[in-house]
Design a protein around this ligand. Sequence first.
Ligand code: C5P
Length: 306
Amino acid sequence: MSTADEALSAVTVRVPAKVNVQLAVGAARPDGFHDLANVFLAVSLFDEVTARPAAALTVTCEGPDAARVPLDATNLAARAAILLAQRHGRTPDVHLHIVKDIPVAGGMAGGSADGAAALLACDALWGLGSTREELLDICAELGSDVPFSLVGGAALGTGRGERLTALDVGGDFHWVFAVADGGLSTPAVYGEFDRLTAGAEIPEPTASPALLAALRTGDPVALAAALTNDLQPAAVSLRPSLTAVLDAGTAAGALAALVSGSGPTTAFLVKDAASAVSVAAALTASGTCRTARTACSPAPGATVLR
Ligand code: C5P
């Protein structure tokens, strides 16, 4: 079988998780979304999505948390296939298999990652040859974080996070992620943000010049000093046990600790790969989290593997 024939029988796409190194949240808009200055960094925890021809749209998932992944049309991978097929006047007759390594409902854009990966995989499987702009447009329709999952690296997301400007990153950053038991609903965390900030003057979200400079120079100590997440008080309010996880990572020698996106995964920036291993071991031993994972950034966006 030629390579072209193989490409038509199955396409596998690898896609990274993300951490928000800055998540500045504005006031709720009339449409219920919040304007953001959202600095995304892709990290080396990956899902893989394989698309194969099938009689009808089906989704399967494997991995430690597979039981918590919806397999119906609420799965962003399924929605991506449906939206792409609609745009091209065809049926989404595809089987999507997700190998899940990104924490589920953890604030690391795992669902968004699967949406971006499925979109790229179906586009290749169906030989559609969509442009980057066409794919990004569908990603934005799927969800605020989906465009970033497609492009990876580092980017500033404005609007509801979907309008991306690529950012320069001058070196590798090392991370530990503490995975909590159970997830947190993103709309619930934004709702709690609204409740906690009710009546307060909420400034326009803007990217921090110090944070962008730290990314550019690849300086982990400067990045640690600049990390912020406006959703953190809301995530901690809904899940008070996160305070103990953040404290355990800091006590273990992390340069900085913060909630990843809407949580409940917590992110620890460390100085190097060796420190990542020791902080992960200490976090696991602390009993404050289900498991701890090491990763580095930046990582590439959604990529066709085969
Ligand atoms: O865009 P996405 O579907 O991922 O958003 C999930 C939910 O998160 C939205 O329904 C909204 O409640 C909240 N959200 C928000 N402002 C954003 C992004 C998400 O309020 N910029």
